[in-house]
Design a protein around this ligand. Structure first.
Ligand code: F6R
Length: 591
């Protein structure tokens, strides 16, 4: 959450790098954006705008900036409303900083700094950091010492970068809980600090990732270099790894949005996941499996519960990370703990994993970003092969997650069939726009399913909520009559996931119960159900779509792609920005 970029260069056109990196970082937050830089007289300047990076870009272009050092930020608001005053960078006496994360003791620090005479202009927790550094400089410390002292006084999670106008040839960065990477341009003319590799695609081809408590200094002298110090102040070498994010990964490649591009990659991602899966973990040696994650990744775990229990006959618990980590869990004996995360930075999942590690239990992470904190801290890692996911709503990563989980319990799968069934949805003649125009007026929506279609219903409902802002609930079809059916009337649409599997008849009867209350239904079924519909398709309140018939084991794949496209077109029909849904950001690094 929130994107950070900072650069120091021999060239004086750093504003181009800052803005292009912020454009790529926008998926991490788009409430406001800003940059701070030293102009040719080494005086600190700042530009901030509310809203998308495009507005900042226009404001920056007007200035024709000549500068060799600067920092930039895209914000996802935590403390303080979305206003220009709350936008980063924050400044104090020639110091400018940008920050990701939350400073938990900011009230206490603010009180102290107000007593010292500092006047605060924002409602943010971040501004205390700038004032704290300035206060230490005022007491006689050099910038680096002042920065270090300040970092030691902060409680909470953060990635921070700072510049200071009186020491114009250094950039300082610190990491605790939020990711941070450092790298140089291939021609060694510029150095960068950023919150992720996506920011630095096209800028740095090798990156070093900071570890917890590290401080980095990027310096310009005869030679360009960066130095990293561990929490004990010792200079330390962190391994440099290639920045694998390519221009292709960060462009829409002709699609109108990243989300659509990523949904259209779902079949390829399934194939890649299958081809590259070479983990030989034998899950049969465990008595229990606990899967812990958040959001869409949690639903991937919920799909896997059905598969693992059915195929491997091992008991599976699936848990929401933010609940697991605070409820004093009892650790089952001989249990495998699996943590699923696309970004690998979700703080609740990361902290839940640390809790399990502290109990002396080995952890397995299923992550898409191999350089992420979860990937680096887990005992064992399975890399999902979704590639870079930019759309804020996770789509192709979910496909990679469920396929990897299926392969953990069943190696002998028919990838051809999975691929074909996803492609049949992608390239079929489904009238998504027509369907979207019908459901977009619904006061609220239900997504129902039984068996493995139930977690897909949860995933479908989440996608509708986050993109269309329509209240949508995923429900086990059999549970609707235990309360939620009270909501049903002619203004409510229900999406019923009823492929022709062993649950089909039951889901159809639950759908009939909804129709009996005048509810409207989009029945999502499969071609082989056509002869068994008993006239439900003739009901004037039912719209039917038929997906390819398939082995029940593989049905979640085509159902997923269908629900992703339906959510996409519904949001589009409502005129929403699908890549930047309101109030959200990718990579949730705060609690
Ligand atoms: C929904 C979505 C979120 C994420 C959740 C976990 O479309 O994207 O619910 O799935 O924030 O993120 P990761 O998988 O990065 O841990």
């Amino acid at each position: 959450m929130c994107g950070i970029i900072a650069t120091l260069s021999y060239n004086d056109n750093i504003s181009n790098d800052l803005v292009s990196a912020l454009e790529r970082l926008e998926y991490r937050g788009y409430d406001s954006a800003g940059i701070a830089y030293l102009d040719n007289d080494f005086s600190l300047q700042r530009i901030r705008t509310v809203g998308k990076v495009q507005l900042l870009k226009a404001a920056v272009e007007k200035k024709h900036i000549k500068s060799h050092i600067g920092i930039g930020h895209t914000r996802w608001a935590t403390h303080g409303k979305v206003t220009e005053l709350n936008a980063h960078p924050h400044t104090a006496d020639g110091v400018a900083i940008v920050h990701n994360g939350i400073i938990e003791n900011y009230q206490e620090l603010k009180k102290r700094l107000v007593n010292e005479g500092y006047i605060f202009e924002s409602e943010t927790d971040t501004e205390v950091i700038a004032k704290l550094i300035a206060s230490h400089i005022k007491s006689g410390e050099k910038f680096f010492e002042a920065f270090k002292k300040s970092i030691n006084e902060l409680a909470g999670t953060f990635a921070i970068v700072a510049i200071y106008e009186k020491e114009p040839n250094i950039l300082l960065g610190a990491k605790k809980g939020s990711p941070m990477a450092v790298g140089l341009s291939p021609d060694k003319q510029s150095g960068y600090i950023a919150s992720d590799a996506v920011a630095l695609s096209t800028l740095a081809d090798e990156l070093a990732y900071l570890e917890e408590g590290d401080i980095v200094i990027v310096k310009k002298g005869d030679q360009f270099l960066y130095e990293i110090f561990d929490p004990n102040g010792r200079r330390i070498r962190r391994k440099s790894v290639p920045n694998k994010v390519s221009l292709n990964d960060v462009s829409k490649n002709g699609y109108e949005s990243f989300m659509l591009k990523e949904i259209f990659e779902e079949a390829t991602v399934a194939r890649k996941t299958y081809t590259r899966f070479n983990y030989d973990l034998d899950i049969s040696k465990f008595d229990n499996i606990s899967i812990i994650a958040c959001g869409t990744s949690y639903y991937a775990g919920a799909v896997a519960k059905y598969w693992i229990e059915d195929i491997a006959k091992i008991h599976v618990d699936v848990e929401i990370a933010s609940e697991f980590r605070y409820r004093n869990p009892v650790f089952a004996k001989n249990s495998l703990y699996i943590f699923i995360s696309q970004s690998g930075e979700t703080i609740d999942t990361l902290c839940a994993m640390r809790l399990v590690k502290e109990a002396g239990i080995k952890t397995l992470a299923l992550v898409n970003v191999e350089t992420s904190s979860i990937a680096r801290e887990a005992d064992f890692v399975i890399k999902t092969e979704a590639g870079v996911e930019i759309g804020v709503a996770s789509t192709k990563a979910f496909v990679a997650q469920i396929l990897s989980l299926l392969m953990l319990c069943c190696r002998n799968i028919d990838i051809e069939t999975i691929e074909l069934s996803i492609n049949a949805v992608l390239n079929g003649n489904y009238d998504f726009t027509g369907l979207a125009n019908k459901i977009k007026h619904s006061r609220s929506l239900f997504y129902i399913g039984r068996g493995v279609s139930y977690p897909i219903a949860l995933e479908g409902a989440l996608k509708i909520k986050e993109l269309s802002y329509i209240s949508a609930e995923g429900y086990p079809a059999g549970e609707i009559k235990h309360g939620p059916i009270a909501i049903i009337d002619e203004n409510i649409y229900t999406m019923a996931l009823a492929p022709y599997d062993k649950y089909f008849d039951k889901t159809i009867s639950n759908t009939q119960e909804i129709l009996a209350r005048n509810g409207k239904v989009l029945l999502i079924t499969t071609n082989d159900a056509k002869n068994f519909l008993h006239g439900i398709d003739q009901n004037e309140n039912v719209e039917c779509v038929f997906l390819p018939a398939n082995n029940p084991l593989y049905l979640p794949f085509s159902l997923t792609t269908f629900t992703h496209l339906l959510a996409y077109y519904t949001a589009k029909a409502k005129g929403h920005d699908v890549d930047k849904p309101r109030n959200l950001a990718k990579s949730v690094t705060v609690e």
